[in-house]
Design a protein around this ligand. Structure first.
Ligand SMILES: C[S@@+](CC[C@H](N)C(=O)[O-])C[C@H]1O[C@@H](n2cnc3c(N)ncnc32)[C@H](O)[C@@H]1O
Length: 256
């Protein structure tokens, strides 16, 4: 269901202490937004209405959390849920931030100094089945290479989805982008791990009887990356062809 524009969202978010108002200005300095900048930073991509972050962040204040989403329409709900969760515990919301950001443009907003120890991707949009849109998937190698830039070796991505095709394809995407899949399941709720926190979409899909697929992937050294941008591959093939043609022409000249 399409969400309505919420005119009150922007002013309320601008008045919120843990909302990052100008995310484009913090590249290389995201850790400094927290009172304890030396703590590990964990990122949730596409945090939606914030149910996951509201449960996770107040539990462990030795970790700094950042939830990002592309639209204020959901961030405003996340803001309210997170605020309520901290208030219920009587603690300040000092280890959490939310920011309006397009994940596909992360490269412009973060720098390697913004080290991220863990990334959560929960029920991101699977996009259509045609290969042209696959590159927009949040687990496509093109995106995973962006996340790699911020992650030290051994840092992890936790990924959950309801979508069978996206999950199966992701089992190939992660290794191609230099990640080792250390754990996976095709039915997360069958033997649900203690650490799992159910998100809004997880609850909805589970009620519909759709099994939840999940995996944990660990960053390997850069030498493990095998994926190459199709355009770069095509350019390399073109250059090789041109070089071969030039060699052949030189050979013919030598014979003449
Ligand atoms: C299906 S919802 C899942 C929300 C939540 N993670 C959950 O599990 O309930 C996907 C979320 O990703 C956000 N999203 C999709 N594409 C995005 C992008 N390029 N950048 C940031 N957020 C995005 C959407 O706005 C939406 O809130």
């Amino acid at each position: 269901m399409r969400m309505r524009f919420k005119p009150y969202a922007r002013p309320e978010l601008l008045a919120c202490d843990f909302h990052v108002h100008e995310p484009l200005t913090h590249a290389g300095h995201w850790h400094e937004l927290y009172p304890r900048p030396d703590q590990p930073l964990h990122l949730e991509l596409g945090c939606g209405k914030g149910g996951f972050m509201a449960q996770l962040a107040p539990r462990d204040r030795s970790i700094n959390y950042l939830g990002i989403d592309i639209t204020d329409k959901v961030l405003i709900l996340a803001k309210r849920k997170i605020e309520a969760a901290y208030a219920a515990k009587g603690i300040p919301a000092d280890n959490v931030r939310i920011a309006p950001l397009d994940i596909e443009r992360m490269r412009l907003v973060f720098a390697p100094a913004d080290t991220v120890q863990r990334i959560y991707i929960n029920f991101c949009n699977p996009w259509s089945k045609n290969a042209g849109s696959n590159k927009h998937r949040l687990t496509h190698p093109r995106q995973l290479l962006q996340y790699r830039m911020l992650m030290p070796e051994g840092a992890e991505i936790y990924f959950k989805t309801d979508d069978d095709d996206l999950f199966r394809d992701s089992l190939g995407y992660f290794p191609a982008a230099g990640f080792e899949i250390t754990w996976q399941t095709f039915d997360l709720h069958k033997d649900e791990p203690d650490w799992n926190i159910r998100t809004e979409h997880e609850g909805m899909f589970s009620e519909q009887g759709i099994p939840i697929k999940a995996l944990i992937a660990r960053k390997l050294p850069d030498s493990a990356v095998t994926w190459q941008e199709p355009k770069a591959l095509a350019r390399a093939a073109e250059e090789a062809e041109e070089a071969a043609a030039a060699d052949a022409a030189q050979g013919e000249e030598a014979v003449d």
